[in-house]
Design a binder for this molecule. Structure first.
Ligand code: WQD
Length: 340
């Protein structure tokens, strides 16, 4: 069976992608440093698929550890690289930690991938590379704008590192997937989003408020130039996003890629405001959510949702779940982990 390395494979998107890879018959090796995930996630994966991925707890900042890992796994045919720090606010406080963790690890990973027999690499990028795009929906040709945070900058620089390497190393085949806003959880309720401390992202804060862990959701700004005054985002079910990684990997394994560095926006193509997300929660849960309006949050863009034309027609992938489906799975997960 084909062996795939998933770095950050015990994280939110990583764990869902491991499940979908196993469903497609791949052998999976996970590297995770457990800095933002729990070993319990491994149990959740196995309980869903019945298959045990190989797991190695490694800090990818340690170059020697990375080299030693690849000495043991020369039969890897593809790498999906999720491992990175991803908290926008924290990145502003600790820029050097973010540049070190997100970029040094990418460079060490790429150097080893180039030594494999086949060098297929899927990079976890983000719609933050667009900043506040002029035009909605956002296409892959939209100009990359100055990043709003060191986190967003590491995604932009990461893409440039891969692009420049692909220019001279034609044996490297890479795809950058630019995620919009991943939400929800596997239908089994056995894996999902596990924010550490107070959730920075909207949907886990909503479900924790619904579960009584948080008293009240603050809506960051209701004076934006949108229909209801709140920001608009493209919320995509994490399982749809996970499946996009498998499709992208197969594209490289089957040598269907048109160039050796491609980028795809991975979203639903539908923009939803914060108030519409709250309404979705209330619909699927039957509960009324306690929220209040608060000042705008630094760094938020007004609106961002994907033009999915290229992903649908070139990559051959399309999101199958809508906002209510994703929110229902997020609420199911929250109820499972809180035993309510
Ligand atoms: C969505 C909307 C907030 C919390 C970020 C990163 C992105 C990716 C996903 C890593 C905004 C509003 C939020 C709250 C609120 N992260 N909000 N009250 O900022 O679009 O994207 O997370 O890959 O790269 O940029 O997601 O969920 O934080 O915010 O009103 O308590 O919800 O202002 O309008 P965001 P988010």
């Amino acid at each position: 069976m084909k062996k795939i390395l998933v770095t950050g494979g015990l994280g939110f998107i990583g764990s869902h992608t491991v499940v979908e890879l196993q469903n497609e018959g791949f052998d999976v090796v996970i590297i995770d440093d457990l800095s933002n995930s729990s070993i319990d996630v491994l149990e959740g994966i196995v309980s869903i698929t019945g298959k045990s991925p190989i797991f190695e707890r490694l800090d990818l900042k340690e170059k020697l550890s990375v080299e030693q890992f690849f000495m043991k796994h020369k039969d890897i045919v593809g790498v999906i690289h999720f491992a990175a720090s991803k908290a926008v606010g924290e990145s502003v406080e600790k820029p050097l930690d973010y540049y070190e963790n997100n970029l040094n690890t990418l460079i060490y990973m790429l150097k080893e991938v180039l030594n494999l027999n086949t060098s297929n690499f899927i990079f976890s990028s983000s719609c933050t590379v667009y900043g506040q795009a002029e035009q909605m929906p956002i296409t892959e040709n939209a100009p990359v704008q100055p990043a709003e945070s060191p986190y967003g900058n590491t995604k932009q620089i990461g893409e440039e590192i891969i692009r420049d390497t692909c220019k001279v190393k034609h044996e490297l085949n890479a795809i950058a997937l630019r995620y919009f806003n991943p939400i929800g959880a596997h239908e089994s309720g056995k894996i999902g989003e596990l924010p550490i401390g107070i959730p920075q992202n909207l949907v886990p804060f909503i479900t924790q408020t619904g579960a009584g862990l948080r008293d009240c959701l603050s809506v960051f700004g209701n004076d934006y130039p949108t229909d209801d005054g709140t920001c608009i985002r493209d919320y995509i079910h994490v399982v749809d996003l996970a499946k996009a990684h498998v499709v992208a990997l197969m594209r490289l394994l089957d040598q269907k890629n048109i160039s050796n560095f491609e980028t795809f926006n991975i979203g639903t193509g539908v923009g939803s405001s914060v108030l519409e997300v709250i309404a979705s929660f209330e619909r699927v849960s039957g509960k009324s959510l306690n929220y209040k309006f608060a000042p705008r949050r630094e760094g938020d863009v007004i609106s961002a949702y994907a033009n999915t034309e290229k992903a649908n027609t070139v990559l051959g992938w399309k999101a199958m779940s809508n906002l209510d489906d994703a929110m229902r799975s997020a609420w199911n997960w929250e109820k499972n982990i809180r035993n309510i």
